[in-house]
Design a protein around this ligand. Sequence first.
Ligand SMILES: Cc1cc2nc3c(=O)[nH]c(=O)nc-3n(C[C@H](O)[C@H](O)[C@H](O)COP(=O)(O)OP(=O)(O)OC[C@H]3O[C@@H](n4cnc5c(N)ncnc54)[C@H](O)[C@@H]3O)c2cc1C
Length: 405
Amino acid sequence: MTERLPRTEPNNSTEPNDSTEPNDFTEPNHFTEGIRQAAAEWDTAGGPPRDMAERMAKAGLLGADLPAGYGGSARSALQLGELTAALGAVCTSLRSLLTVQAMVAAAVLRWGTEEQRHTWLPALASGERIAGLAVTEADAGSDLNAVRTTIERDGGRLRISGHKLWVTYGEWADVLLVLGREGDRPTAVLVETDRPGVEREPVSGQLGLRGARIAHIRFRDVEVPAGNRVAPPGFGLSHVIGTALDHGRFTVAWGCVGMARACLDEAAGHVLTRRQNGVALAEHELVRAKIAEMHLAAESARALAERAARLRDDRAPDAASATFAAKYAAARAAASVSQDAVQLQGAAGCAPDSLAQRFFRDAKVMQIIEGADEVALLRVAEHVLGGRRARTAPGRNPAGSGAAR
Ligand SMILES: Cc1cc2nc3c(=O)[nH]c(=O)nc-3n(C[C@H](O)[C@H](O)[C@H](O)COP(=O)(O)OP(=O)(O)OC[C@H]3O[C@@H](n4cnc5c(N)ncnc54)[C@H](O)[C@@H]3O)c2cc1C
């Protein structure tokens, strides 16, 4: 799309809070230690209590990268990443609340009107209101160009009809950022969930993110003011949802960095103390090799996540592709390290309270959402080949350039 989207500049005037160094967030803080035990229970009992959002906000885990003028803490991308990893190391479901809340906030901050920013951003940063992202449909997953939800203009109002699937924290959400079509133009609109015609169907028993209060949501002729549209028709996917998904990939990547590290720590502690055949498991060379591979996977993922953070902080043009690369590598690291952690702990790794088994299931989901592994690979390849295409293969299109996520 070559057309430029007019927008008002957000109130970024308050200086970022640089008083805290990134490493302040690398050690588990009071909040994450406090939820360690409960996280395993939320996984089997269906999720955390609703007041967790406000407790997360008080601990600085919501609105971390929003400007102070909108109730945020104005942290850098690297600081946000470290916070996300610390939470991700304990509970993927709660980390997913940080992710969806921040995805919607990022889209509203970048493309919303000043009124939308003032209405929603402080409320999201304080945890007073919960946001959800409603884009997936039965026939629109990786390819979001296929969404069928309709948005019809009727005077000063918009009427929304459609069925969205798998909305993380959809059960709690006070507001949803919904992707639909206004005519043939992809459009994003904020829909308050207390409006007539919004119906939620809670989802349970899925592979991972069992505590993330997921719901499928139907919109039956739901009416909202036209002022709820975020950006003009036609910019909903490429700009508004694009910003949300990019932000989501960033925090998913860092959440996975935390998961991989936590699984390695748990497995290393186990093999050092568990004795079989008269020796600690850690004395077996095959076990040591696995520990080394787990460490390398976790550290490689962290290095790519740190690179993505630095590029985001520098507002570098490569930031989005670096974020894709980090998300791919970190989700794969979380999946492989959690699998190895289960293996090395044997039956203890399969136990109901095992962190590794919970993260093993959560990590698989991370390889599917915010751009499945294959889609991420195509985007990385497109970036790598992009600069060389004209010289080496003039006129050729990169494979997978049509993937929307
Ligand atoms: C726990 C959970 C939480 C979720 N939360 C949300 C949410 O909050 N909001 C929301 O809107 N959605 C959410 N989703 C939906 C999620 O975003 C989609 O599942 C995801 O985008 C993939 O879409 P799909 O499941 O339709 O898979 P499909 O698009 O049908 O893809 C299936 C598989 O095909 C392969 N594939 C797809 N495209 C390509 C390609 N171009 N090249 C090669 N292989 C490809 C991949 O292996 C992929 O996993 C959630 C899903 C889960 C499971």
